[in-house]
Design a protein around this ligand. Structure first.
Ligand code: PGA
Length: 251
């Protein structure tokens, strides 16, 4: 059975002290009121080691927001998958639309990052999703199919470790959310692509998260869809009350 997951994506927010305080507050809240789903916080690199030390792994796991597409060496400013794993982080977001748009991460680069993450026992949260013009042209199904090429070269065993996140770019940070019907329709399509490639058992076991202006007030109706297995949360992951409200959508 696939897992329900709520993952936070802090993006480039919170200095070290603020991030530690946020992780501590969230951890206390989840220890006091156990979640009904897996909860992950994906933080900037600088927070990883400290936050991994704070969290109770029974209720909260830690992930990075990116890793390098190279193993090691003369790549000034980069952080490898091995380095991420050495902090205690267990997950890594890959293919976020902001990385694709601002840092030109393409299908090939993301395939390399995915392989290196898996080789270092990090579980990728692999993001896909169309921009507004593609949605308006009704091209979302082909866009996500093309983006999945980065992970469709994996062996079935490796693919089974991947979490997918569908994030329509027009909904990220805009306050505009996909309707539950739009989310269900494309999540079912994504699952059918996984089934066509890897078979129905792997497809049924793949968690597919929704991301894009998810908040406590809309999480329940989004997560109620049969093919929506949780959320990848940006803005609302920066306040414990909001993030906890979304986690509680599974109660
Ligand atoms: P948002 O971001 O929740 O602020 O829309 C989601 C994401 O980019 O992962």
């Amino acid at each position: 059975m696939r897992k329900n997951i709520v993952a936070g994506n802090w993006k480039m927010n919170k200095n070290l002290q603020e991030g530690i305080a946020l992780a501590k507050e969230l951890n206390v809240a989840l220890v006091a009121d156990k979640p009904n789903c897996e909860v992950i916080i994906c933080t900037p690199f600088i927070h990883l080691a400290s936050v991994a030390d704070i969290v109770d792994p029974a209720v909260l796991a830690v992930g990075a927001e990116n890793c390098a597409d190279k193993v090691s060496g003369a790549y000034t400013g980069e952080v490898s998958a091995e380095m991420v794993a050495s902090t205690g982080a267990k997950y890594v977001i890959l293919g976020h639309s902001e990385r694709r748009a601002y840092y030109h991460e393409n299908v090939e680069i993301l395939a390399e990052k995915t392989k290196l993450a898996l080789a270092n026992r990090l579980k990728p949260i692999f993001c896909i999703g169309e921009v507004l013009e593609e949605r308006e042209a009704n091209k979302q199904n082909e866009v996500v199919a093309a983006q999945l090429a980065s992970v469709f070269s994996l062996s079935p065993e490796d693919f089974s470790k991947i979490i997918l996140a569908y994030e329509p770019v027009w909904a990220i940070g805009t306050g505009k959310t996909a309707t539950p019907e739009q989310a269900q329709e494309i999540h079912a399509h994504i699952r059918s692509l996984v089934a066509a490639k890897y078979g129905s058992e792997i497809a049924e076991n793949t968690s597919i998260l929704y991301g894009g202006s998810c908040k406590p007030s809309n999480a329940k109706e989004l997560f109620a869809n049969p093919d929506v297995d949780g959320g990848l949360i940006g803005g609302a992951a920066l306040q414990v009350a909001d993030f906890k409200g979304i986690i509680d959508a599974f109660k």
